[in-house]
Design a protein around this ligand. Sequence first.
Ligand code: S3P
Length: 446
Amino acid sequence: MHLSDHNSHAPLSASACGPLKGRIRPPGDKSVSHRSLILGLLAVGETKITGLLEGEDVLRTADACRHLGAKVVRHADGGWSVWGAGLGSLMQPSETLDFGNAGTGSRLMMGVVAGHPIVVRFDGDASLRKRPMKRILDPLLLQGAQVLEQAHDGRLPLVIQGSSEPLPVEYKTPVASAQIKSAVLFCGLNSPGQTTVIEVEASRDHTEKMLAYFGATIKSEPFGPHGRKITLQGRPELSPRVVNVPVDPSSAAFPLVAALIIPGSRVVIEGVMTNPLRSGLVTTLLEMGADIKLENQREEGGEEVADIIASYSQLRGVEVPPERAPSMIDEYPILAVAASFAKGATLMRGLSELRVKESDRLAAVAEGLRVNGVVNEIIGDDLKVEGGAVVGGGVVETHLDHRIAMSFLIMGLAAQKKITVDDETMIKTSFPQFQSLMQELGAHFS
Ligand code: S3P
């Protein structure tokens, strides 16, 4: 693999357009896609995946699985197969695992590696090299892994020496993070004992669901008012499965908000995952007065999904409570865009985790709003956005962050003057069809 080289910026602009109309199906969920490849690596035999997100982040995880001994193939019909190396039988990779921009892929794979007697070097692009990995390494060290090399304070590039017999632990995560939880559970898979993770605020549960689906014995119980206690028995026999990846609600969020803020729009977004631990944005938009209907509710690939019908709505400002953050952590940039068009102020509380995403999203959102004439204020870990007519006309710095790029392009479709993002290239990490699907609905980019 070649280390990411990101020197060329590709600016893109969005300008006001007529009503958005039509029916689209955004790509598969990023979280489920990473996990389906990883579980495929850990099971022996053929795991078949349909609807895999073919974004750059997930392709990096596919490559990492190959380096660890799996055969990973994309078929002509768009389906994928993984022939796993099997839990306990991962191969020592001969090269650095370069995860590019992908926090989830790298952190989940650190957990997998930490539970195997191999030495692996992890690296990523300039954004990933800035992100904190200590929160992942701390529990993995307790489980018996060693960190042989690291940049300052646990940053990438780093080298992990995994353990042949990870210790059973009970670990309470310091922040609500599915990535920390998943790394600990993936490491614990190869432990002879039991691994327990406690989270005070429940984070997305795709790892638990998928481990159970592949045959692990795992229990999830309530812990306190909003938390979970998850217990995994080590050394399960994982069986290969068929995984159908549902549509990513974090990608669906962009056409959804676009339909709400562009007068006259009505858009149908098919097959969107409605897992309650991912649905904070829809809850918030409904409180803001959005005309959103869920139809055809059904189950696909072990997750609840629905078609979402969103129509233009005069939104009003609300207060978003901090305990809702884990269920919409990736959606605050696009919520801030929706809030900019609402009547009155929106206060989003408890956003400290936004500072350690692909960029410092709190600062990037506040600055993007400011350059487009939207009055806003960061108060501690909260963001207050004053809604009204959005002037636009700004150039937004995206800091290698796909969600900052997509959010401000959506803002440009409804603002008075065109909005430019300095670099659209990172959009391919999570939603490669963003431009073409939005154009199908009537969006203008140039
Ligand atoms: C993810 C967890 C979240 C989220 C990320 C995907 C996952 O991160 O922001 O985009 O798939 O586990 P944290 O666990 O750090 O909150």
